[in-house]
Ligand binder design. Structure first.
Ligand code: PLP
Length: 445
């Protein structure tokens, strides 16, 4: 059970309801919140957060896959305050030491040949930049993306998002064609083996390229589809895609906004966690780099990055404060080998949850890599069970654990604690989740 400072059960004082009312009056309706009664998270403490009523939760969603080294890590806080004490802002018009040092570190770990790095303030803007680069480099505005994908909420990143509920506009600055990449329930790909799925997806890609005469800028894809419910393509599929794309000179963009920095365990990037071949031409990143600070970016081969003849600036991308914080975060992550910890604790978590596949009939699939694990819930007819997922989330919250939710139908629980999570914390999180699942499932019968 979650607790307050005094060790009492979760309290409610009405603070949240009042703030939720004010939020509704001033923010757009399309900005979703978690929980029937959303909570005001006021402070973080390592792998835990505390709300405005003093309730403490284990953060099993890592912010929103942003918090890698833990909340309020003293090393990151100190780097941010030290830099803020010197100067808050310096744009790309000047030499900005923290930004240059961070770019050197990112280039070093990028896995890209002759890398160049550009910083943005979000994942959306990183993907917009990748699309600008690819369409300019290839002189084509035709882009391929995967069904069920999510790449952001700007005009162009929405346009390559493969799910209409996230792409309400039909006016697109790029022409997008979608190909199959995962075995989602309800699609013709459901039920195929890894080998069959790989062949079917490659054939789909070849077919789409045939129709477009190969006149395509890039294929953008997430190594594991994040918002799409941690849908995980088989290892080797993306390497096969890359072979096909290379034949046409089409660029391969790996959207590592959720999967970057070790989230998938023992690798910097999700594409490496697949099978290590299929090296991208462009990698986009955000979320985990800043441990919650708003920094994202793009790393690409110099030939691609420098192909745009633009005289451009970025006012906020890689600003000294966010860059200093991101550097401290990256240093901590490496010094403490948190990528290995992600692989280790992820395996424990996975083993605990895999047990549910056999015992809980509502669990249709447990999937993912490292500390990015999805649990797909279905009803007795095997159909998506979004209400069940919502109830399970409410119950885990009641028991002091915050978990995410996603998938095309909102029926996939998304688990992604900070990479610094301990063995006992993953066991505790899994215990609460399984208990919540049992409680909610039996109350529905
Ligand atoms: N790409 C992926 C794979 C994401 O999951 C997200 C956000 O969830 C984005 C891009 C957009 O990033 P941001 O919300 O920082 O703009």
């Amino acid at each position: 059970m979650g607790s307050t400072d005094t060790g009492d059960e979760m309290g409610t004082t009405g603070i949240h309801a009042e703030l939720a009312k004010r939020r509704k009056a001033v923010l757009p309706d399309w900005l979703t919140t978690m929980y029937a009664e959303p909570i005001d998270i006021e402070r973080g403490e390592g792998r835990h957060v505390r709300d405005a009523e003093g309730n403490r939760y284990l953060d099993f969603f890592g912010g929103i896959l942003t918090t890698m080294t833990g909340h309020a890590l003293p090393e990151v806080t100190a780097a941010v305050s030290e830099q803020a004490g010197k100067i808050l802002h310096s744009s790309t018009l000047y030499l900005n030491r923290p930004m240059i040092e961070l770019a050197e570190r990112v280039a070093e770990v990028s896995g890209i040949d002759d890398p160049r790095v550009f910083f943005t303030t979000s994942g959306t803007e990183a993907n917009d930049t990748a699309l600008l680069l690819a369409t300019g480099y290839r002189a084509s505005n035709q882009v391929l993306a995967l069904r069920n994908s999510y790449h952001g909420r700007s005009f162009s990143s929405m346009a390559v998002t493969g799910n209409r509920s996230w792409s309400p506009t039909s006016l697109s600055p790029v022409q997008t064609f979608y190909v199959h990449g995962s075995r989602r329930r309800g699609t013709p790909m459901a039920g195929l083996s890894d080998a069959e799925l790989t062949e079917a997806c490659v054939a789909d890609l070849e077919d789409v390229l045939d129709q477009l005469h190969g006149n395509v800028a890039c294929l953008i894809a997430e190594p594991i589809q994040g918002v799409g419910g941690f849908a995980t393509p088989p290892d080797g599929l993306y390497a096969r895609f890359k072979e096909v794309l290379d034949r046409h000179g089409i660029l391969w963009v790996s959207d590592e906004v959720q999967t970057g920095w070790g989230r998938t365990g023992e690798h910097f990037w999700g594409w490496q966690a697949h099978d290590g071949s299929g090296k991208p031409d462009i990698v986009t990143f955000a979320k985990g780099l800043g441990n919650g600070l708003s920094i994202g970016g793009v790393v690409a081969r110099a030939e691609v990055m420098n192909s745009v003849a633009a005289n451009s600036i970025s006012t906020f991308g890689g600003s000294p404060v966010t860059a200093a914080g991101a550097l401290a975060n990256l240093d901590y992550l490496l010094e403490h080998d948190l990528q290995r910890n992600a692989a280790h604790t992820g395996a424990i978590l996975r083993a605990e949850l895999d047990g549910a596949l056999g015992s809980a009939s509502a669990v249709a699939d447990v999937r993912g890599k490292g500390l990015m694990i999805g649990v797909e819930l279905v009803d007795p007819d095997g159909l998506p069970a979004p209400e069940l997922a919502a109830e399970v989330l409410e119950e885990t919250k009641r028991q002091g654990v915050l978990i995410g939710k996603g998938g095309l139908n909102g029926n996939v629980l998304r688990i992604a604690p900070p990479l610094s999570v301990t063995e006992s914390e993953v066991r505790e999180g899994a215990r609460v989740l399984l208990d919540a699942l049992n409680k909610v499932s039996s109350s529905r019968h």
